[in-house]
Design a protein around this ligand. Structure first.
Ligand code: CO
Length: 142
């Protein structure tokens, strides 16, 4: 089906972050502080009905906490189904429009046909978890 050359066209950059769905960011932050992690950037992402907080270990590897802020956020259904657990992994891309076009050519099932606004002014899009078993975020940093 999908040849390696088609998938190479996604041109994934480095792993940007791993995200965990949580019911309450402050409670989660206390737990993660036991590991020596501290909350850095924190932001409401309105159109997704979530608040996110980024925990930084060494300035490179980042853990994102994703918390629903409205009852119709998709994170509410995820938490009910799976509990507080791994929600997605995120790879950086230089050109998210080109990455999505490549994903469509490779017939990967997408959640987002067009990029949406992410945290820190980024543009993001999600690839459906049926592709790898894990929800994948693509992120073009601001
Ligand atoms: Co994310």
């Amino acid at each position: 089906m999908n040849s390696p050359s088609e998938l190479d066209c996604l041109q994934l950059g480095p792993l940007d972050h791993v995200a965990v769905a949580v019911r309450d960011i402050d409670t989660a932050a206390k737990r993660y502080s036991a590991l020596g992690l501290r909350i850095g950037h924190r932001e409401q992402v309105g159109d997704q009905g979530v608040e996110v907080a980024f925990l930084e270990a060494d300035g490179t590897a980042t853990l994102e906490l994703v918390c629903p802020t409205s009852p119709d956020s998709p994170i509410v259904a995820f938490l009910d189904r799976r509990g507080e657990s791994l929600h997605h992994i995120c790879f950086r891309v230089e050109d998210i429009d080109a990455a999505l076009a490549a994903a469509r050519r490779a017939e990967l099932r997408l959640i987002d046909d067009v990029p949406r606004a992410g945290a820190k002014g980024s543009r993001i899009a999600f690839i459906h978890p049926e592709v790898t078993g894990v929800l994948i975020e693509l992120k073009q940093p601001a």
